[in-house]
Ligand binder design. Structure first.
Ligand code: C2E
Ligand code: CA
Ligand code: CA
Length: 404
């Protein structure tokens, strides 16, 4: 399959396209620069603009498929990110014809306005230019990070780390949470807090999510095998994998996740999927259907970051949930005031009443661990026990059979 976004290098003085060509691609300038040329008198070309790194050109013809209105030539060795019509506009036409119509109308109006501005008004509308400039900067950032992420996915820059979740009663490892890490080839670390939202916006979360499940389950087979005799034997430790609600917008994806589970050979009852409450509440009916289908695979479902999304309890009890993860913010507040303590207590009581198991997140001190155990929380996770570890570190930890 052709790549969605790719880079292409050009020498100085090369023509990217000519006036009158059909426009299939738009281009972001990564490095170098180009000139924009229109025909002048006596067949000479007039340079009407130059563009440099971070600027986009060719986007209008890409949208409305109209002939190019200028010739573009490189001024220096130049690298361009190519955005293809077939990959961006065609799917939009098929899936969202109204949106693609609106885009075409806007493009036509813009062409019109630009022509008038050029001929009558001279300098152009400052405000419009400025908001377009802001949009351009945003679009450029998005497109380059998406390109980096795709590249990273292909070259194995995304890895899974594992944080133990402990059984507060026995102090043994009850499971792990798989947490994604992006370590770029040059060693830069990008936090999931940064890249997961971008992956959600670009749709790349679907592929990343599959990778998380596949890798998490493969590594879990090793963790299970590494347990010392009799350690955390009953029940065997689970693997918790984060699932973005956007991964299951299309129900077809559930079939793909099922394949990954089947191929892993891991008993589905040792798999837990963590989903944040906000995404469940946004489209409640769809969430019910999707979670129901996931449950039918025999796995468990946790509501993540509980308490941060203002979800209504009346909604929650209708969802097929097994576990509630109390957000770290509550565990912190618990130490700070009597009220904070009572909030955690009531969440714990509520969960018990609904038959849900509870994981308290972000335990950084021994006292928090004991207090949460007192309140009836079943599981705990946090730096006090262990930070998330690379696969080999988690494997070693399991081999030592720790008790906290
Ligand atoms: P989360 O699912 O709530 O994961 C728990 C986060 O809390 C992790 O941050 C973990 O390192 C951190 N944490 C655990 N114990 C402590 C503690 O005692 N103190 C403090 N200060 N932090 C603690 P991390 O790994 O940076 O992940 C951030 C978020 O990114 C996750 O929050 C999750 O929402 C998202 N994420 C990570 N991996 C994935 C993934 O594979 N798929 C999806 N959809 N989201 C992911
Ligand atoms: Ca989580
Ligand atoms: Ca969480």
């Amino acid at each position: 399959m052709a790549e969605l976004i790719y880079s292409k290098a050009f020498g100085a003085g090369e023509e990217i396209f000519r006036i009158g060509d059909r426009g299939h691609n738009a281009y972001f300038i990564e490095k170098g620069g180009v000139e924009v040329l229109i025909p002048g008198e006596n067949g000479q070309e007039i340079r009407v603009a130059t563009m440099g790194a971070g600027e986009i050109f060719g986007e209008m013809s890409m949208i409305d498929d109209a002939p190019r209105s200028a010739t573009i030539r490189t001024l220096a060795p130049t690298e361009l990110i190519v955005i293809q019509r077939s990959q961006f506009i065609r799917p939009l036409e098929a899936n969202n014809p109204m949106m693609s119509l609106i885009l075409r109308i806007l493009t036509a109006r813009f062409r019109d306005a630009r022509q008038q501005t050029n001929s009558d008004l001279g300098d152009g509308d400052g405000e419009l230019e400025q908001s377009l400039e802001e949009l351009r900067v945003l679009a450029y950032e998005r497109i380059s990070i998406e390109k980096d992420m795709r590249h990273g996915l292909e070259t194995g820059e995304f890895q899974m780390h594992y944080q133990p979740i402990t059984d507060l009663e026995s102090g043994e490892i009850a499971g792990f949470e798989a947490l994604m890490r992006w370590i770029k080839a040059d060693g830069t670390f990008v936090s999931p807090v940064e890249f997961i939202p971008l992956a959600e916006e670009t749709g790349l979360i679907v592929e990343l999510g599959r990778m998380a499940l596949e890798t998490g389950l493969r590594d879990h087979a090793d963790f299970l095998a590494a347990r010392p005799d009799g350690y955390a034997a009953n029940p065997a430790p689970f693997m918790s994998v984060n699932l973005s609600g956007l991964q299951i917008l299309e129900l077809d994806e559930i079939g793909r996740l099922e394949n990954i589970i089947n191929q892993s050979g891991i008993d589905p009852s040792l798999i837990k999927l963590e989903i944040t409450e906000s995404l469940m509440v946004e489209n409640f009916e769809h969430a019910c259907t999707a979670l129901g289908q996931l449950k039918d695979l025999g796995l468990f479902i946790a509501i993540d970051d509980f308490g941060t999304g203002f979800s209504s309890l009346s909604y929650l009890h209708q969802l097929p949930l097994d576990t509630l993860k109390i957000d770290r913010a509550f565990v912190i507040q618990m130490d700070q005031s009597e009220k904070g303590l009572r909030v955690v207590q009531s969440i714990a009581q509520l969960s018990t009443a609904l038959g849900l198991s509870i994981v308290a997140e972000g335990i950084e001190e021994k006292e928090q661990m004991s207090a949460l155990k007192e309140m009836g929380c079943h599981f705990g996770q946090g730096y006090h026990m262990s930070k998330p570890l690379p696969r080999d570190g988690a494997l070693e930890l399991m081999q030592t059979g720790p008790v906290w």
